[in-house]
Design a protein around this ligand. Structure first.
Ligand SMILES: N[C@@H](CCC(=O)N[C@@H](CS)C(=O)NCC(=O)O)C(=O)O
Length: 264
């Protein structure tokens, strides 16, 4: 588990659960949803990914790899959505979001780990393949190279100029994943069984983000139905909700941003 002992007074003084997140982040939405499902009281700190607040030294103290989400609790920061979900489930086991036999629980964690570890290859690559998403400005690449070389390599390879081969591969890879979700949801009410679990939170937020970007899942009727069911849960409230903007606005915003970022 990625857990970092904090030493700065301002962070040590924080009481309760503090989530560092961005409202538009699917990885952070997993944590918001789990916190609300568990009925926990938490304080949110918005880290604006668009203005690159996540690359500032104040945030790098909390997550040296710069991504959101990060959780601060009792003087430690915990990073990586899968590790934060594990921490919450261990620390606040009731109500559980991971029930069943040991085998069923292991299956839930497999889904969670897969969602977290495949973030760049799934959601981000899919958005890049459709000229969306926000590869950083060129001037920020040296920072990424220092703090998160894997992400720097990814942005350089796929962020600015994805080749047609990479584009088709990214789309095919994601469709394979959507089909895997569809197949599972054809057999069960939820991703890992008959109960709503962390598996649904982990993948549900990916699908909801893509839907909000305008992608249509009608080819995958079970996925469609399941994401609606997740949206209707009381826990998917205003604190959790991933914002939805009109398609034309998203398109213009990314077009401008991508044009500028290629050069600056
Ligand atoms: N595997 C990590 C991925 C976290 C991640 O990449 N978060 C995105 C937002 S969804 C981020 O912070 N991106 C920052 C960037 O692109 O530099 C997790 O599941 O927490």
């Amino acid at each position: 588990m990625a857990r970092i002992k904090q030493t700065d007074k301002d962070l040590l003084e924080l009481k309760g659960l503090h989530l560092y997140h961005h409202q538009g982040s699917n990885c952070a939405a997993r944590i918001r949803m789990a916190l609300e499902e568990k009925g926990l009281k938490w304080t949110g700190h918005s880290i604006n990914l668009v203005t690159c607040e996540h690359l500032k030294p104040e945030y790098l103290r909390i997550n040296p790899e710069s991504c959101v989400p990060a959780l601060i609790h009792n003087g430690f920061s915990i990073t990586g959505s899968e590790d934060i979900l594990r921490y919450l489930e261990e620390t606040y086991p009731e109500p559980s979001l991971c029930t069943g036999t040991e085998k069923e629980k292991a299956e839930i964690w497999r889904w969670v780990d897969e969602a977290a570890h495949s973030h760049l290859d799934t959601t981000v690559s899919f958005l890049y393949a459709h000229k969306m998403g926000r590869p950083c400005a060129k001037k920020h690449l040296p920072i990424y190279e220092k703090i998160n070389p894997e992400r720097a390599r990814f942005i350089k390879e796929r962020g600015y100029n994805m080749s047609e081969k990479q584009r088709l591969e990214a789309i095919a890879h994601n469709h394979k994943m959507f089909q895997k979700l569809e197949d599972n949801l054809s057999r069960k009410a939820y991703l890992a069984g008959d109960e709503f679990s962390l598996a649904d939170i982990a993948w549900g937020m990916n699908i909801i983000l893509l839907e909000n970007f305008g992608f249509n899942f009608s080819e995958y009727p079970k996925v469609n139905e399941w994401s609606q069911k997740i949206r209707q849960r009381p826990a998917y409230n205003d604190k959790v909700r991933i914002p939805k903007f009109p398609q034309w606005l998203i398109y213009c915003m990314f077009k401008i941003k991508r044009f500028l970022y290629r050069t600056v």
